[in-house]
Design a protein around this ligand. Structure first.
Ligand code: ADP
Ligand code: MG
Length: 238
């Protein structure tokens, strides 16, 4: 434990929450399958970034997480890699429909970036990802969602439009990510986020990532996450 505390301190990682999994040092420590290890190597990722060292084992253990680290620190892979594992762990549920992983992001640019990062790792497994955001034809997106996918990456407003049009069902959704939660609040998406969360089963795993943690975001996190582990890397603004 002393050693774990010192390792965290050397990386400027702070954690709170009960029974926090210990940080990893390598991707091997995460127990990823060979296909995923190959996809990681193909990206040129040699070792996990600081946030990944602590977030990966937490998320892989099935815990909810509040992850706070500055832009460019590698938060995306912290939720994308465990999402692939989570999806591959599902029993074959061919009769059920709709995404298993749902990622909300504040802007279409961000949603698109996450989509690209997700595809790199989902491809090897034949996992289908769809991106859903404004500025694209609603009819095309409707058709794409109707064709089926395991992952949806969306801006909140457009996801709600698609849910209203019954382009997808959240029946199967058990892994919810709110990325750049602070920016989603700044853009006024709190009501949409609450509506989306309310449509996803309560036994889901919920992940919230942000570069800063204003009090209103902290409040939402406390309401929609269960027993989260909070991880902060470096100095973080409020
Ligand atoms: P954040 O979401 O924290 O702003 P990103 O997830 O967008 O950061 O990652 C920033 C950059 O770092 C991306 O170009 C990504 O491909 C790269 N990256 C992520 N993880 C690693 C890693 N383990 N090793 C090397 N580069 C990485
Ligand atoms: Mg990011």
């Amino acid at each position: 434990e002393q050693e774990v505390a010192e390792y965290r301190k050397s990386l400027a990682i702070r954690v709170s929450g009960f029974d926090v999994p210990r940080p990893v040092k390598t991707f091997e420590d995460c127990g990823f399958a060979p296909e995923l290890m190959r996809a990681i190597a193909k990206q040129g990722y040699e070792k996990p970034t600081t946030i990944q060292c602590q977030a990966l084992p937490i998320v892989l253990s099935g815990r909810d997480i509040i992850g706070i680290a500055k832009t460019g620190s590698g938060k995306t892979a912290s939720f994308v890699l465990p999402m692939i594992v989570h999806i591959m762990d599902q029993p074959e549920l061919q009769k059920e429909e709709g995404p298993i992983g749902v990622i909300c992001a504040p802007t279409r640019e961000l949603a698109h970036q996450i989509f690209l990062e997700t595809k790199k790792f989902a491809k090897a497994y034949g996992i289908r990802a769809s991106a859903v955001y404004g500025g694209m034809s609603k009819l095309d997106q409707f058709k794409e969602l109707k064709a089926g996918c395991e992952i949806v990456i969306a801006t909140p407003g457009r996801l709600i439009d698609m849910l209203k049009m019954k382009a997808l069902t959240m029946m199967r959704a058990t892994y919810l990510v709110l990325d750049e939660a602070d920016r989603m609040f700044d853009l006024g998406f709190e009501p949409q986020i609450r509506s989306i969360v309310g449509q996803i089963r309560p036994d889901r795993q919920t992940l919230l990532f942000s570069a800063t943690m204003p009090r209103k975001v902290e409040k939402l996190a406390r309401e929609i996450l269960s027993d989260p582990v909070r991880v902060t890397v470096g100095e973080v603004g409020m």
